[in-house]
Design a protein around this ligand. Structure first.
Ligand SMILES: Cc1ncc(COP(=O)(O)O)c(C=O)c1O
Length: 961
């Protein structure tokens, strides 16, 4: 075996196994299978024009060399991003642990209790700090969370406001620039008018439905918003507050002064800067808005035995994302990062978080004191961690940079300085030295203070020397009082707590997760390793480009690689998820039509089988959705499409199409379909969720698309992290390149760029390293082979299940693409629903395939290329065994292994066994299971109970007493 070949490690079946599989599916060669699967008219005629593969060893050297091109400065830039200390116990046991990062979104609650608990901790922490009743389990970043708040407030307008057409949203001029840019992007298409101004001059007019404030303001000043919110409330204007999470330890919680929504980022709770992301945003609101909250909420329920269990609340609503009535399209969020931020609070505990906030605040006061004594004017009268200083910025900048320090240069005479957890004594002395070069003064420690430096930073006397947080804005309510935040302060205890939760969850490091459309492939260690390197982790997104040369090289190369793979001309890495990519792509289409004086084009055709995010994104982009029919064979009904395109020709904006289709088929008429759209003046958006079946064989440009998003967290090996991070870049044809999105601080994007899609210029740059590693280590040959093997693996499963399960759709030559749908509807005759199969699979050690998407009552299986024949066989054996169990089940008697599944250890070892089958049949029905048994820790959870009694934070402290 060539140990230099990453391809051989990434692809599951070896050559011999491939031959066996080809025999099973009755294909003479892999090439024959591919010819029978991918229509000839769309096949690429040449290899991908990409470099050959690097070995893992070469790649790790290469990526380290690039890392060294980044200059890690001390960044006091702030603006929503702060250097943070990742506790080593969290880095090692979560960030670097496939047990956490390879898990899927916790739809299957019984095998996800660990991350559900971690997310419930996150929600509790957010509720406590914001003073709100309800929080979700993360959004993509602070700026998009603010836009979600605006959309929610628009949606929940009082009836009178709706009737009167109140559509103005007030945005404080203290808002972060990137948030303003995203509010602009999101407001215009849905008819919201932004009015930007000082909150002190706001007139509370009837035509306003909402407002957003920044707390503290973008340059650090703390404002008392209480009377503003009171007056707004009197006038039925609802207020969202974008708050800094650490400052909330010391500041009055926005919930206490009447905010309707509080958003922000949890990045500074132990998440690397990573040149902009990924970081988990939070979204907290009042109970009354629980049915409108965007994103996923973790809730408390009970299992079949009445035992407390956790689940994703209101799950069915989330899955459909309200399609045409959507106010949000959020799907993938930032789960892994939310888990880490929640764990940061668990590890430090209430006292530790208080210490960190006090220490950051005291360090800031120390710097303020120094600056004032040195004769600089510090303009913030009340602040937490950020100072605004009048200074000759043009003189300061080169001095600071010579000391490897960045500030936020607001103007030629104004600089803001944000102090953070990672600012050490040495860093403070360095700051004094830098300012001393502009205005010399003696060592500040001699004349200002007595006692040691660390005392100065943390102890009360200095603290009380001067107060800059007045009583009216100071926090005086408790937070993080739950036992969970006051138990795990030793590393041993923390390590065991993380392990305890990890063991409750089934992730890719246990077995195959064959989720159709979700592409749970290997997330290789060599792709992941660079994420731990501070040369990548410690770069603020707004540093000058010359400090991020390593990043720039990787991002540009990745953009180039994606251009080649899609056949397109330009790429934007800004979107942080597939759904956000959809919105970004549609917004470029919108801008394109506008640039041609065709802004009336607003009809978006979407096939009935599309994922719920497609219509949701279209609505957010101001388009009207027309659904087109599915033909008998699962394909797009071309005649219906032709008719609708012609009917709406004058106003046709776009078609959104998933290819290969969500039914797992390469439709041979795809070029005909895209031609129809172009003929009528529309652009074609391709949802790239199924790109794993295209890479190297065909591409979106060839099928006739104009723009697509790619899910780097599916096709390009970024792990799912339990529901995020994601990266959803868009790749576009030449006519759309001018409209690629920009950023208000770092000017990027096209010549007529749309405003920002995410807060950071390159979205979640840190995890883009993973996809870059994946493509670079596979090379052009490996990428194409991976696609072929994904198709072979799927067809092998199809063949093995043949006779037991019916495959709903296949291509013209009877082949599946990279995934297939099996029909489980007829099992209803035996009283068995598809969800029973999903739960029973847990007893066999497997996570269910995708359930009831895109067709109700079915399962969509996608094995990926990374699974070996042995694992595919175990899965097929399990499915076949379950099929036999179904035969024995009956709707008259529900006491059977399927209905009772999953079986827990507690059940199995109970003194009493009340079931008409053996314990072995319950938990060890096949031989392979005993060797590697996975135990679900709860029985089947009660979905309806959880939704009826929505509790989404940890139990009150009294429950623990
Ligand atoms: C076909 C399809 N489109 C879009 C999406 C949305 O992608 P994301 O979850 O990254 O927002 C998904 C996610 O599962 C999908 O399967």
């Amino acid at each position: 075996m060539n140990t230099n070949s990453f391809q051989l490690r990434h692809i599951g079946p070896n050559k011999k196994e491939q031959e066996k599989m080809l025999q099973t599916i009755k294909a003479d060669s892999l090439e024959q299978l591919i010819n029978e699967t991918v229509p000839d008219n769309i096949r690429l005629k040449t290899d991908l024009d990409l470099a050959p593969a690097m070995s893992e060893y070469e790649y790790l050297q290469h990526i380290n060399e690039l890392a060294n091109k980044n200059k890690v400065f001390k960044s006091y830039i702030g603006l929503g991003y702060h250097e943070a200390i990742v506790p080593s116990v969290i880095q090692r046991n979560i960030l670097e642990n496939p047990g956490w990062y390879t898990a899927y979104t916790p739809y299957q609650a019984e095998i996800a209790q660990g991350r559900l608990e971690a997310l419930l901790n996150f929600q509790t922490m957010i509720c406590d700090l914001t003073g709100m009743e309800l929080a979700n389990a993360s959004l993509l970043d602070e700026s998009t969370a603010a836009a979600e708040a605006m959309a929610l407030l628009f949606d929940v307008r009082e009836r009178a406001k709706k009737k009167a057409g109140a559509n103005k949203f007030f945005v404080s001029d203290e808002i972060l620039p990137q948030t303003l840019s995203i509010l602009q992007t999101r407001s215009t298409p849905i008819g919201i008018e932004l009015v930007i101004g000082s909150h002190e001059d706001f007139d509370f007019g009837d035509d306003y439905f909402g407002a957003v404030l920044q707390y503290p303001g973008k340059l650090g000043q703390i404002f008392d918003y209480e009377s503003f919110v009171a007056k707004a409330t009197e006038n039925d204007i609802k207020v969202a507050v974008a708050a800094d999470i650490l400052s909330l330890v010391k500041l009055k919680a926005p919930g206490e002064f009447g905010a309707s929504v509080v958003v922000g980022t949890s990045q500074r709770f132990g998440i690397p800067l990573g040149y902009g992301g990924p970081h988990a945003a939070f979204f907290a609101t009042k109970d009354e808005y629980k049915r409108s909250i965007p994103g996923r909420i973790i809730g408390v329920t009970k299992d079949m035995n009445g035992k407390r269990a956790l689940r994703m609340a209101l799950q069915t609503r989330e899955q459909h994302i309200k399609r045409e009535r959507a106010t949000s399209n959020i799907c993938t969020a930032q789960v892994l990062l939310a888990v880490m931020a929640g764990m940061y609070a668990v590890f430090h505990g209430k006292k530790g978080i208080q210490f960190i906030a006090d220490s950051v605040h005291n360090k800031t006061k120390l710097v303020a004191n120094y600056l004032e004594k040195a004769g600089f004017k510090q303009l913030n009268s009340s602040y937490f961690d950020t100072l605004l200083v009048e200074i000759d910025a043009l003189r300061l900048k080169p001095v600071a940079e010579s000391f490897k320090v960045n500030f936020n240069y607001v103007s030629d005479s104004l600089v803001s300085i944000s102090i953070n957890e990672a600012t050490t004594e040495k860093d403070l002395m360095q700051l004094f030295t830098i300012f001393g070069q502009l205005k010399p003064r003696p060592n500040p420690l001699n004349d200002d203070f007595s006692g040691s430096f660390s005392q100065i930073l943390t102890e009360k006397p200095f603290h009380s020397n001067f107060e800059v947080i007045a009583d009216n804005v100071a926090r005086n309510t408790p937070f993080l009082e739950n036992e969970i935040f006051n138990t795990y302060q030793s590393e041993t205890a923390m390590m065991r707590y993380i392990k305890k939760l990890e063991r409750k969850d089934l992730a890719l490091n246990h077995s195959m997760i064959s989720l159709g459309s979700c592409t749970m492939k290997l997330n290789a260690a060599s792709e992941m390793l660079p994420l731990s390197n501070p040369q990548w982790g410690n770069i603020h997104p707004f540093v000058p480009l010359n400090q991020a040369q390593g990043y720039q090289e990787v991002l540009q190369k990745l953009e180039h690689q994606l251009n080649i793979i899609t056949g397109f001309a330009g790429t934007s890495l800004q979107p942080n998820s597939g759904a956000q990519g959809e919105f970004a792509g549609l917004m470029t289409i919108r801008a394109y039509h506008q640039s041609r004086n065709e802004s009336h084009r607003n009809i978006c055709l979407i096939p009935a089988s599309a994922h719920g995010t497609n219509p949701a994104s279209a609505v957010m982009a101001g388009m009207k959705v027309i659904v087109t029919k599915t033909a008998e064979n699962g394909n797009i009904d071309v005649e219906d499409m032709r008719e609708k395109a012609a009917l709406h020709a004058d106003n046709l904006a776009a078609l959104m199409v998933t290819y290969p289709s969500t039914h797992g088929v390469f439709e041979s008429e795809i070029q005909e379909i895209t031609k129809i759209i172009h003929k009528h003046g529309g652009q074609v958006y391709m949802d790239g969720a199924n790109m794993n079946a295209q890479v190297g064989l065909t591409n979106p440009a060839t099928i006739g698309a104009d723009v697509c998003h790619l899910n780097l967290h599916k096709t390009f090996a970024i792990p799912h992290g339990g529901g995020g991070p994601g990266v959803g870049p868009i790749c576009v044809a030449p006519q759309l390149v001018p409209f690629l999105p920009t950023n208000p601080i770092v000017k990027i994007g096209g010549k007529q760029a749309i405003t920002a899609i995410s807060g950071a210029p390159w979205g979640s740059a840190l995890v883009c390293l993973i996809s870059y590693g994946y493509i670079t280590m596979l090379g052009f040959r490996g990428l194409t082979n991976a696609t072929k093997m994904a198709i072979l693996n799927a067809n092998y499963i199809k063949e093995r299940l043949n006779g037991h399960y019916e495959t709903l759709y296949t291509g013209e030559k009877g082949r599946a693409a990279h995934e297939m749908i099996i029909d489980c509807r007829e099992f209803k005759n035996n009283g068995i629903e598809v969800v029973d199969i999903a739960k029973r699979l847990m007893d066999y050690g497997f996570h269910a395939p995708t359930v009831s998407f895109p067709v109700n009552g079915t399962m969509m299986i996608e094995p990926t290329e990374s699974e070996s024949i042995a694992e595919l066989d175990r899965f097929c054996d399990a499915m076949i065994a379950i099929r036999e169990e179904i035969k024995n089940a009956s709707s008259e008697n529900e006491n059977n292994p399927l209905k009772n599944s999953p079986h827990t250890q507690e059940m199995l070892t109970a003194d009493e066994w009340i079931y008409p089958y053996t314990r072995k049949q319950a938990a060890f029905p096949l031989e392979y299971i005993a060797d590697n048994k996975f135990w679900p820790t709860v029985r089947r959870v009660d979905d309806a109970f959880g939704d009826r009694n929505l509790i989404c934070s940890c139990n009150p402290i009294e429950d623990y007493m």
